[in-house]
Design a protein around this ligand. Sequence first.
Ligand code: KG4
Ligand code: ZN
Length: 339
Amino acid sequence: MKQQPCYILAIESSCDDTAAAILRNDEVLSNIIATQDVHKQYGGVVPELASRAHQQNIIPVVDQALKEAGVSKSELSAIAYTRGPGLLGSLLVGTSFAKSMSMGLDIPLIDVNHMQAHLLAHFIKDEHPTPTFPFLGVTVSGGHTQLVLVKDYFEFELIGTTLDDAIGEAFDKCGKILGLGYPAGPIIDKLAKTGNSKAFSFPVPKVPGLNLSYSGFKTNVINFIHKNMQKDTGFIDANLNDLCASIQYTLIEIIFQKIEKAVDQHQVSKVVLGGGVSANSGLRSKLETTAVQKGWNIYLPPLAYTTDNAAMIGIVGYLKHQKEDFGSLKEAASARLKF
Ligand code: KG4
Ligand code: ZN
């Protein structure tokens, strides 16, 4: 007998993107994201404004996802949503919406860990290759920087993490001091392309084991800029591209040294990248070059699945649906959800 396709509606609202996607099994039929511009003027995400914007966006975003996919509500098999980690007020909007809709339609609810989803996005069916287990997962985003040993779809072992700021946060804060917009990560990436990464040098912090730190680096950059601006108010303008290239070089170096160490220590040859900063062209090309030199197999997500999106929540929804691993209305949103 032919198996019925599984239609998943996925909802993501962990930070400042309201997103919905429809998947038919492991295939993405629609992937809608409403980015909240309201935060730009503050140079960072304002949690209360994020929750309000999610409330405004969620119905139109879900509606558009269904329409673009050509799927009706009655065809849905389950609703997957981001339970955490993230901003609690933001998570609550997606969680409450998903719970109400699953109750109204009387279909299963599937809770998804946002950080698992960043890595499991690689199992979305498209032209990109899919990794096999085990692999080293590297999640680089605005809220997290983690090294994870992934032994199976839902067997994640955290082997290293930032002790303070996340890499995306460091990109954004360095960008802020340079007077760039928010989020500054993609702007630094663009300007760095025509800059000299050796123009300025910043030390890579020494942190034991596989953990890492970005806060000292950020402070170094801020002090360095202040000192030079006191001497010459045109310093940033005159050196912007070189500053971006040098900052980006060190930000990548900090995580890269730990990736190399983790590969050696854990004897894995597959490195899988996920999270917003995996869009960074410098990080991608450094991984590509090293993979050739060291014989690693690397997996870089398609750009559409790097920054927050609901397709990645949908693929986890599909994988859990296959195991009938359903959530319940009792599960609360969790800002610090662990693997
Ligand atoms: O995964 P994500 O969308 O949200 C979180 O879960 O945090 O990551 C957002 C982060 C922001 O800090 C943003 O500046 C960074 O990803 N980002 C980049 C690039 N694109 C996004 N950082 C460096 N280069 C990029 N091209
Ligand atoms: Zn994310």
